[in-house]
Design a protein around this ligand. Structure first.
Ligand SMILES: [Zn+2]
Length: 607
């Protein structure tokens, strides 16, 4: 998350009011009545108070105030408050006065501001919309707010982006933290899976965010927390953020191409030539920008990502992900054999150290809060024994997690056996190289047998089930039911571009569908698949700390990171009233990014 400093007046500098005589149009002008200084004790911002006057005859037609910066006062009252005499309404005078104040706000280096109004004040709501505001939320006021005692209960919060080039969708700031409110409730229809067998649902309930962590779900606001604001998403579904535990960011630009090939052919013809392009930083900037913006709009809040072997491109991807507010583990890929010459590393270990040293230096400067490195040998065939062993040393030295591919395809497994003839199986080859000692995620595991599962269970390896990719590349269907029976942790992955869709909703529905085709046990239930896509994969982040400040996500049980996604499923209404489980199932199968209305990561609104 980028630190938004511009919007708050620098407390070290004395605040300066500007000359306002230029605030006029052909129709109206703003006449300054008075200014008032900040009052830090009452959390009041410095403010201007104007009369709105008509140019033609100088007549006073209303009033407008402008509060500079963000304080608790401006959060509930907004940065701008206005009143127009009733006889003057209908000419957009209030909206035009707001536009004039936006210029003044820019002079104060504000990149955005808020205007609030009561939900039943339709005139004011129309003004906000006319002036370009976006309704961000309807907040229920806490009982200790001044306005609560004046009889107000709710406020519409309109967001105005004053510098669209600077405050892009990816960098939208969030004021709760800035005004010292890091705890609040979300109100709506809440669903989550505390275990693979249980779906908890609370209709019209309250989900508590307490300093970026979940404080649990309540049917009524507890007396002890009545002072907290409530952001209302009434009649919408609120679910935990989903985790894409295996995705190749550089393949996003070529997703849904070559879907009629099998793995090794597809790698050589499609994936490798595309990944080579990321040596060019300009190409990487464009393509990774598309990827990050796309993921941000969808229901995933966390990802475990492969980049390419290029160090500058990998750091760029980490920067973009950090700015987006998503939480991620990002791996610079290693490969130094059995790959095209144009993608072969000379000294993969040295390049990995160069990447990590730059990362740690930047993190020391405060750049990365949500983004961490993960050691990423592409897979056994593409790394020499020497490189694998050096990576194991680096991993151990820096206490890093590791991600790779395992038992995706029978040909690949045979190949690994030839390369590591003394290994008992594919997982054992990683084990012999010393690479299963830390937190580990292994994608696919389609052909893992019981002896391989022994290793996965013993080492606590997270399996990433990527059903869409496994279909597209004819890999097969992973024995997920057996993993669950053996207590092996399982998350879901898009494996873009083996899979074409980034949304983990798609992976959830695919996982259920392919499990039916195995015909060797009970198919996966909605609860099990949803669990894997949320808490199952999100739990890896508690394990794979690697220096990130983030913890586990994907559940609303108290203490988990507050990652929540708000889905408007009103489009799927039916004549029959649906319960929350049914609504969730339909969202899994039918929704797309357009239905994602709000998204919170570690308690911060990022959409
Ligand atoms: Zn993959």
């Amino acid at each position: 998350m980028s630190e938004e400093k511009d919007n708050v007046p620098d407390s070290k500098e004395p605040f300066m009011f500007f000359d306002t005589s230029h605030l006029r149009t052909d129709e109206i002008f703003l006449r300054l009545e008075r200014t008032s200084e900040a009052d830090p004790e009452k959390r009041k911002a410095p403010s201007y108070h104007f009369n709105i006057c008509r140019v033609s005859d100088g007549l006073e037609i209303g009033m407008i105030d402008f509060r500079v910066g963000n304080t608790q006062e401006t959060f509930f009252d907004g940065n701008i408050g206005y009143f127009l005499f009733p006889s003057q309404r209908g000419n957009h005078y209030s909206g035009k006065a707001c536009l004039l104040l936006f210029n003044l706000a820019r002079m104060h280096n504000m990149n955005y501001l808020y205007i609030t109004c009561s939900p039943d004040n339709y005139a004011s709501r129309r003004t906000c919309e006319w002036a370009g505001g976006k309704l961000e939320a309807i907040i229920e006021l806490p009982t200790d707010a001044d306005m609560y005692w004046r009889g107000e209960r709710q406020k519409c919060l309109y967001f105005f982006n004053l510098v669209p080039d600077k405050v892009t969708a990816g960098e939208k700031p969030f004021t709760y933290r800035q005004v010292g409110i890091s705890s609040f409730f979300l109100k709506g229809d809440i669903c989550w899976t505390p275990s693979p067998h249980t779906l908890e649902t609370v209709e019209n309930g309250f989900l508590l965010c307490s300093d970026g962590k979940s404080g649990g779900v309540f049917r009524e606001i507890p007396e002890t927390h009545a002072h907290l604001p409530v952001i209302s998403h009434s009649r919408m579904l609120i679910i935990p953020g989903l985790t894409d535990l295996h995705v190749h960011a550089p393949q996003f630009a070529m997703r849904a191409l070559g879907m009629d090939m099998e793995l090794l052919e597809w790698l050589n013809k499609n994936a490798f030539p595309e990944e080579a392009k990321y040596a060019e930083i300009e190409y990487a900037k464009k393509a990774y920008g598309h990827f990050v913006r796309h993921v941000k709009r969808g229901p995933n809040t966390r990802l475990c990502v492969f980049s390419t072997l290029h160090v500058p491109g990998t750091l760029l991807l980490m920067d973009l992900l950090e700015e987006s507010g998503l939480v991620s583990l990002v791996g610079k890929v290693n490969m130094d054999r059995n790959c095209p010459d144009y993608l072969r590393e000379g000294d993969g270990a040295a390049a990995t150290m160069e990447w990590l040293e730059t990362f740690y230096k930047c993190r020391g400067e405060g750049r990365y809060k949500n983004t961490s490195p993960i050691i990423t040998p592409r897979f056994i065939p593409s790394c020499t024994d020497e490189l694998l062993k050096k990576l194991a040393e680096i991993q151990k030295k820096h206490a890093l997690p590791l991600q790779s591919h395992l038992s995706e395809n029978p040909e690949e497994i045979k190949w690994v056996k030839e390369l590591w003839p003394n290994s008992k199986n594919y997982a054992n080859a990683y084990e012999m190289a010393g690479l299963l000692e830390g937190p580990t995620v292994m994608a696919h595991c389609v052909w893992s047998d019981e002896s391989e599962m022994d290793i996965l269970a013993e080492k606590g390896v997270y399996v990433v089930h990527c059903p869409q990719s496994n279909m597209n590349l004819s890999s097969g269907i992973a024995p997920v039911r057996r993993f669950l029976e053996r207590g092996i942790p399982v998350g879901l992955g898009s494996d873009v571009a083996g899979g074409a869709h980034t949304s983990i909703f798609r992976a959830i529905s695919d996982a259920i569908q392919v499990s039916k085709l195995r015909r060797d046990g009970k198919a996966l239930t909605l609860e099990e698949a949803f669990y894997m896509g949320s808490a199952g994969g999100g739990a890896f982040f508690a394990k794979a700390v690697g220096g990130t400040e983030a913890g586990a996500a994907g559940s609303f049980e108290p203490g988990w990171d507050f990652d929540a996604v708000v889905i408007d499923d009103s489009e799927f209404a039916s004549p029959v009233r649906r319960n929350l489980r049914e609504r969730l199932e339909r969202v899994v199968y039918l929704s797309d990014d357009r239905h994602v209305k709000a998204k919170y990561v570690r308690g911060i609104s990022i959409l």
